[in-house]
Design a protein around this ligand. Structure first.
Ligand SMILES: Nc1ncnc2c1ncn2[C@@H]1O[C@H](COP(=O)(O)OP(=O)(O)O)[C@@H](O)[C@H]1O
Ligand SMILES: [Mg+2]
Length: 252
């Protein structure tokens, strides 16, 4: 459903490519981990997928979503797939809510703008989304600062799911959370993926965490995918020197 071929991305005024000739594909319904240290190019792949690279960034290669090349879509075409087909839980989700707007209002704005849903229908949808991510519907009346980190992350997931996307990018969704809360969020993503037949790309620097939940891993370093395989293949028999070092770090 999502096929990246030889993708290269270069930011304006930058000497090096942030992503250098990366290829991978996501099968419908799969749960894939994109794992790599900070600065390896993970978020750049996410921004490219949503047509959200900053001005002046250059791309090469192809990125097919349901057969159409995202790199060659016009802005109005991109708008028809963002939220409704491909949605993002952004890297800084915990800080991405506007402080003076309630959680319910955030979700209703997205429903109105991208799904033309307003009034009682939108109100019911907000309640349903919050319950679906394990929150009480009354959370909709709260402001972002009135939520714990875990609740905020769940609300960010509800927001991403508002327009029923088929592909979900979760960029470091558990990084700022304690271990117990992390496990809750990962279980939630796994459950939603099953229930909604979502295709999920989990982006993280945490190889052991990704290995416990994903069915396939892509390991990135310096803008390249250096290794790919099932968690078992990668943990038991890493091929690349960088992955070997990561795996040794877990085992020791
Ligand atoms: N807006 C930007 N302008 C210029 N360079 C950027 C920008 N965003 C990221 N980069 C650079 O691109 C590289 C990859 O970054 P990023 O995709 O954010 O990595 P990751 O998400 O794996 O931490 C880094 O060298 C980073 O400094
Ligand atoms: Mg990142």
């Amino acid at each position: 459903m999502f096929d990246v071929k030889n993708l290269t991305v270069k930011y304006q005024n930058s000497d090096n490519d942030a992503v250098c000739g990366v290829s991978f594909s996501l099968k419908a319904g799969s749960f894939t981990g994109l794992v790599g240290e900070s600065g390896s190019g993970k978020s750049t792949i996410v921004s490219t997928s949503l047509g959200l690279l900053p001005k002046g960034a250059e791309t090469k290669g192809e990125m097919f979503f349901e057969g159409k090349d995202i790199l060659r879509m016009r802005e109005d075409e991109l708008r028809t797939i963002r939220w409704k087909e491909i949605a993002l839980i952004p890297q800084s989700a915990l800080n991405s809510f506007t402080p003076v707007i309630t959680i319910g209002h955030h979700i209703k704005e997205v429903l109105a703008e991208h799904s033309n849903m307003i009034g009682n229908k939108a109100e019911d949808k907000v309640d349903g989304l919050l319950v679906e991510v394990g929150l009480d519907a009354s959370i909709k009346n709260r402001y972002p600062h009135e939520l714990s980190g875990g609740q905020k992350q769940r609300a960010a997931i509800a927001l991403a799911l508002a327009c029923s996307p088929s592909l979900l990018f979760a960029d470091e969704p558990t990084t700022a959370l304690d271990v117990v809360t992390q496990a809750g969020i990962l279980n939630l993503l796994a459950r939603l993926r099953k229930e909604k037949k979502l295709t999920v790309l989990l982006i993280t620097h945490d190889l052991p965490m990704a290995a416990t939940i994903c069915d396939k891993l892509l390991v990135m370093k310096n803008g390249l995918i250096v290794e790919e395989g099932t968690p078992k293949e990668i943990i038991c028999n890493p091929q690349d020197a960088h992955t070997k070092a990561l795996v040794n770090a877990i085992l020791n």
